[in-house]
Design a protein. Structure first.
Length: 472
């Protein structure tokens, strides 16, 4: 497996400019200082209560996501490229969704296979011909980015349903400001702490035309047992909006109301962190106790905005991902700024043959998988795992895609033996409002803490670090 590009030292071992001050600072401080601050950061996270649950574990206990105290640093010019690519990507995702649930020009043009859309379990026929407020489907996107050299960023995944992780981006910055004021003083770091204001401005801007001048926004959570509940309560608090569960809302005459001690209060925008299936027992799963009966009828009547819209999963499916370069070209008439990872769709017989012949070299992913689960990393897998994936691919090829094993970039990371390179990815958060697209400079950097590991997901032992974008 190729060694990743090191973001601090580059390919030739020469220090890259963005990391100059960090390198000098690391040489100046005593080694025990880093370890002390690392322990201090852990105490702070424990005190704040930032935890997540791992589903499927017998005890499914709450645990801390490990935090690395060394920032990942991007130069202003690097961020400019990323920002332009992210804006382009999200515009194309929204145009694609509008088309799939509308005129379906891209299907008529034969660029995306019809069965990939219509036979897809996340396609929502209820959204056919449905007008959504201001034609925006994806209001909050988490686009996963990896880097392979000084100039090349790849999009690994488009998260267009209910992307999570922004609370860690915000808390990581707060902890760093508290623990490393002297390191901040040596850099001009662009702020991320205005994200809640930007999110609220975005949500207010997409209120339906029937809303009052001051739209009423709420955040809908599945409840305390959800693995991201900490983030839901954190964001509601930062936004200054009510955190509600399905039972707190009801629908009357196609209008959504919230139960309050002062009586029913109309709701205009719901930032929902509940999957489509559970949103409305009258429209989707009848056994759901998490949703709001009649919510879809209020939505279809144009009286409430759901962020993100129902049915956005058809844009972040991993097989649809492989068509994103064509989607960008078709709707925007532009070449993609950010590259796609070359992808083999196992649903296509010639692609499947190629993948089966090279399983030991490739990464194989479930089309609807997430969190690093259901994934094969060929070069790291034993013979039994490869044999099991071979059988799965032969029996259900439509459920999988395969990609080459990318040499993800590394950044300096504080580990037990000192400072060492570890592989990273980046999830910037893109907000799409009626007025404009907002992206705070940075995002959530996830880091594979195990030496040589490429899996950055927290559920698989990964950690996070603060992402610094340098101001000019």
């Amino acid at each position: 497996m190729a060694v990743g590009f090191d973001e601090m030292t580059g390919v030739d071992g020469n220090l890259r400019p963005a990391y100059g001050e960090l390198s000098r600072w690391l040489k100046e401080i005593p080694p025990d200082v880093l370890d002390y601050r690392r322990r201090e950061a852990e105490l702070l996270f424990r005190r704040i209560g930032i935890t997540f649950s791992v589903y499927g574990e017998a005890d499914a206990q709450e645990r801390l996501i490990p935090f690395d105290v060394l920032p990942r640093i991007l130069a202003a010019a690097e961020w400019d490229t990323l920002k332009a690519g992210l804006e382009q990507r999200v515009k194309a995702l929204n145009a694609y969704l509008r088309d799939i649930y509308g005129r379906r020009e891209i299907l008529k043009a034969g660029l995306v296979p019809e069965d990939l859309v219509f036979q897809n379990p996340v396609f929502r026929p209820e959204m056919n011909g449905q007008k959504v407020p201001h034609d925006i489907y994806v209001h909050v996107a988490g686009i996963d980015i990896v880097r392979v050299d000084a100039d090349t960023f790849y999009v690994l995944e488009d998260n267009a349903r209910t992307p999570s992780g922004v609370s860690y981006m915000l808390e990581n910055r707060e902890i760093m400001l508290r623990l490393f004021p002297e390191l901040f003083a040596r850099h001009r770091v662009a702020p991320v702490e205005n994200y809640p204001d930007e999110l609220l401005a975005t949500l207010n801007s997409v209120a339906p035309s029937t809303a009052t001048a001051e739209p009423n926004v709420v955040l809908l959570t599945p409840g305390v047992h959800n693995s991201a509940y900490y983030e839901h309560s954190f964001l509601a608090d930062k936004l200054g909006v009510e955190l509600v569960e399905g039972r707190d809302l009801f629908v009357k005459d196609d209008i959504v109301f919230m139960r309050t001690t002062q009586g029913p209060q109309r709701v205009d925008v719901i930032y929902r962190r509940i999957d489509d299936d559970f949103l409305d027992p009258l429209a989707f799963r009848p056994d759901s106790v998490l949703g709001v009966p009649g919510l879809m009828s209020a939505y279809q009547a144009g009286n409430v905005t759901l962020a993100n819209a129902v049915g956005t999963g058809i844009a972040d499916d991993k097989a649809v991902y492989s068509y994103m370069p064509q989607i960008i070209q078709f709707f925007l008439g532009e070449a993609p700024i950010l590259k796609n990872v070359p992808t083999w769709r196992c649903r296509e017989p010639d692609h499947l043959t190629y993948v089966l012949d090279r399983l030991e070299e490739l990464v194989v992913k479930e089309v609807h998988g997430s969190g690093g689960y259901g994934m094969l990393i060929g070069p790291k897998a034993d013979k039994a795992t490869i044999a099991s994936f071979r059988a799965k691919l032969k029996s259900q090829p439509r459920n999988f895609i395969a990609q080459p094993t990318l040499a993800l970039s590394t950044t300096p990371t504080c580990v037990e033996e000192g400072v060492a390179p570890r592989h990273v990815d980046l999830r910037p958060f893109v907000l799409v409002g009626r007025d404009r697209i907002r992206i705070v400079p940075g995002g959530l950097t996830r880091v594979a803490l195990q030496r040589g590991s490429l899996v950055v997901n927290s559920s698989q032992g990964g950690g996070t670090k603060d992402t610094w974008v340098l101001d000019r």
